[in-house]
Design a binder for this molecule. Sequence first.
Ligand SMILES: *Cc1c(COP(=O)(O)O)cnc(C)c1O
Length: 395
Amino acid sequence: MPDLPPPLDTPLRTLLGPGPSDTHPRVLAALARPTIGHLDPEYLRIMNELQQMLRRVFRTQNPMTLAISGTGSAGMEAAVVNLIEPGDSMLVCVNGVFGGRMADVAGRAGANVTKIECPWGEVFSVDDIKAALETSRPKVVGIVMAETSTGAWQPIEEISRVVHEAGALLLVDVVTSLGGVPVEVDAWNIDAIYSGTQKCLGCPPGLAPVSFSARAMEVILNRRTKVQSWYLDISMLASYWGTERVYHHTAPINMTYALYEALRIVLEEGLDACFARHRQNHLALRAGLETLGIGMAAQEGHQLPMLNAVHIPPGIDDRAIRKGLLDRFNIEIGGGLGAFAGKVWRIGLMGHSSRRANVLLLLSALEQLLQEAGHAFEPGVSLAAAGKIYSAAAK
Ligand SMILES: *Cc1c(COP(=O)(O)O)cnc(C)c1O
């Protein structure tokens, strides 16, 4: 067959960038199960169990907890377009790319958007939010918990209190957070939340877990206007995910298998153990990088364990190192975006990628490439520093 492209022969990479992360082998196996119908009794059982597991991972009792067909951005869009009607006001907190994207989505949905900003790598204080709430009276406040573009970890709980005191709904992006750090939908009183599968859940991209509180559902079910997106209309999706099982669109069956297995894996490990693993690998990586003169870019005390934004050492060529990692070691890490372009690397230790072997592999590969580039340090020093963290934990 001369005019056919070659068969797929994808390389085996180690994904240590800002997502996607490595897919767990059990999830790959789940994807390969035979496709069944989207109204098949077995599929309906899988959906029910999936919803139940999503509630456990989100730590919520919200009935309206499901997986949107689409990536994390579809979850973002679903949350915004269902809560916002044209002319509504929304306050969006922007300290990186994804807060900026949320503001764009809100504007397109017809919201009157007020943006508050803080420098890249930093997080918002409760006072920042309070001050903004005094001047604008928003219906919805949107904020990103784990800003994947900067590595900053935004605390949510206290902010939730002031948002609700001001009578607004709280919308939180946990695309990178879920499965990597604690997310408490009910305890923190979050009204709408969305995530993605390819960051800390060990799954390929393709579904967006979401959850809506009773308050959010009341707002959604009492809209004056139809949701602008037919595909993402929660009231219609509710009839498929609820007991009526009314056909809306064909669910991505095999992706549902994948997420089902991915959530089983997370819950089998246990959420707390999973968070502890992310934290330990982060500490080991950070200790190793420090010995190479590579420091963290996000605010001290607010560094995400699953996304390490680090300063590229002076005189080192960003692209050449990333190309060396990919070509010679099959390792992908991320470059910087926006204000961080050319200045930081983004090293993800997400989900199934967050493993000791990956931390040690990356440090030794980086040592080799940096040494060739003329960066001075004592060979092996970063591995020793990371090893110390692991040995201390083993005691
Ligand atoms: C990756 C990401 C998104 C977008 O998700 P996609 O799956 O790429 O559509 C949104 N918010 C945050 C914080 C992310 O890290």
